[in-house]
Design a protein around this ligand. Structure first.
Ligand SMILES: Cc1cc2nc3c(=O)[nH]c(=O)nc-3n(C[C@H](O)[C@H](O)[C@H](O)COP(=O)(O)OP(=O)(O)OC[C@H]3O[C@@H](n4cnc5c(N)ncnc54)[C@H](O)[C@@H]3O)c2cc1C
Length: 411
């Protein structure tokens, strides 16, 4: 990564702010021959450096559920189908393995009615008893009598590796990547060849100029001066957490065929789960996290930073440990760990992929499924910011439009 702190006379065609899942994908898709693109964002902090950071990310983990069909929403499913294919192509071009096939199960109450028709094509409708027959260590019956299994095209992927692979491909295509935090974005008042340009100022003192700026800054979008003055997006940040249960050798053999899982049951017990996966400490863990409940709405940079540096309420850790053990039967965890994270929320439940002004665009709002969507949202955002006509394909732009509490004054 470049490390100079200077003013540069280079004018980028596109500057992408936020080197997480969506920004790294956008950088890959935007970096076409003849176009000068840069991607700016801080790399993941080492544990010892976390207290001195204020900008984190939602991808600091080794596993996210990823599948071809998101399932419950037609438009999200269309995007995930394309994102899934995009990740397979990325695996091919970079040689980095991203997807691990484990299958996916939705379980709970009246699952069939919760699934979008497009998703049902690859799903197998089961009863809770059928689930138990296929996976003798799983018992979902307490949370509803139905399930839908996606035996293929679903499982998990390593979000750190997705970011790495997207950035590797972007760099090979000529994208400049800067390890830095952007403090502000605005109109520069300068022109290049008669065209107005944007200025981007960073924490390390970089001053960049770009014809267009794309914000892929996730939950942090409104926590620095990145949007036009007085603009406020209708956009929430929810502090959340995951609970990891260490799997001993005996249990590993027993439950290794576990699929990834998502529930549709009483809101109190809704969760997602991942099978045993090897973590950087060399140990295997199964993971569980809440869907929308048991989270805390955060509103300031300080609150978000404090959240990342804190630990979850022990009662919640216990609740999710017990929830997992009520489904994965006969499993004796060796230890219990918890990790803090944040989810960004839009009122539409869909990403915002939109232009805020003629030279500033954004792609934000993962709503807890941003890994599933990542490669396709990055592609759409890259084509949108480059002025492409058909970037949204068959997804109505209206559905991806940013909603504001206070709109920018030019809208
Ligand atoms: C606990 C947890 C579990 C999840 N599980 C799943 C799952 O199983 N499946 C799934 O599909 N999704 C899951 N998600 C959601 C998914 O991880 C997010 O939706 C996804 O990371 C969103 O991608 P993003 O690029 O918008 O945000 P991020 O990946 O967070 O990237 C945003 C980037 O912008 C950078 N940034 C922010 N502000 C600035 C600035 N001022 N200057 C420079 N850079 C900046 C950040 O450092 C970060 O790297 C989960 C999320 C959490 C928290």
């Amino acid at each position: 990564m470049a490390a100079d702190h200077s003013w540069t006379s280079m004018v980028y065609d596109i500057c992408i702010v936020g080197a997480g899942l969506w920004g790294s994908s956008a950088a890959r898709h935007a970096s076409l021959p003849g176009r000068k693109v840069c991607l700016i964002g801080p790399s993941e902090p080492l544990e010892k450096d976390r207290p001195s950071r204020d900008i984190f990310a939602s991808y600091y983990d080794v596993a996210r559920t990823v599948r071809k069909c998101q399932g419950s929403n037609h438009f999200r499913s269309l995007m995930t189908m394309r994102a899934f294919k995009g990740l397979q192509e990325l695996e091919g071009t970079t040689g980095i393995q991203l997807n691990a096939t484990a299958g996916h199960i939705f379980y709970g109450k009246d699952i069939e009615s919760k699934m979008a028709p497009i998703a049902k094509e690859e799903g197998v409708l089961l009863t809770a008893e059928d689930v138990h027959k296929r996976y003798p260590f799983l018992d979902t019956s307490r949370y509803g009598d139905t399930a839908m299994l996606f035996p293929i095209n679903g499982g998990h992927a390593n979000p750190r590796m997705i970011v790495h692979a997207e950035q590797k491909a972007a760099t090979l295509q000529g994208c400049d990547i800067f390890d830095d935090v952007v403090e502000s974005v605005g109109e520069s008042g300068s022109h290049t060849h008669g065209e107005p340009v944007m200025r981007v100022l960073t924490k390390n003192g970089r001053h960049l100029l770009a014809k267009k700026v794309l914000l892929c800054t996730g939950a942090f979008t409104q926590l620095k001066d990145l949007l036009p003055p007085s603009t406020e997006l209708d956009f929430g940040i929810d502090g959340t957490f995951t609970v990891r249960l260490e799997v001993g050798e005996d249990d590993l053999e027993k439950i290794s065929s576990m699929p990834t899982m998502t529930s549709f049951t009483d809101p109190e017990w809704n969760c997602y789960m991942l099978p045993p996966i090897k973590y950087p400490d060399g140990k295997y863990y199964v993971k569980i996290g809440p869907l929308n409940q048991d989270q805390r709405r955060l509103t300031s940079l300080k609150e978000v930073k404090d959240w990342f540096l804190s630990k979850p309420d022990p009662k919640l850790v216990e609740k999710y440990r017990d929830l997992l053990l009520s489904i994965v039967k006969g499993f004796n965890p060796v230890s219990v760990k918890a990790d803090m994270c944040v989810c960004s929320r839009t009122p539409t439940g869909l990403p915002y992929c939109d232009m805020v002004s003629p030279r500033l665009g954004l792609a934000v709002g993962g709503n807890g499924c941003g890994a599933l969507l990542s490669d396709e949202v990055g592609r759409m955002a890259a084509e949108m910011i480059a002025g492409g006509e058909n970037w949204n394909r068959d997804i109505p732009r209206e559905m991806l439009k940013a909603q504001f509490i206070t709109p920018p004054s030019n809208l």
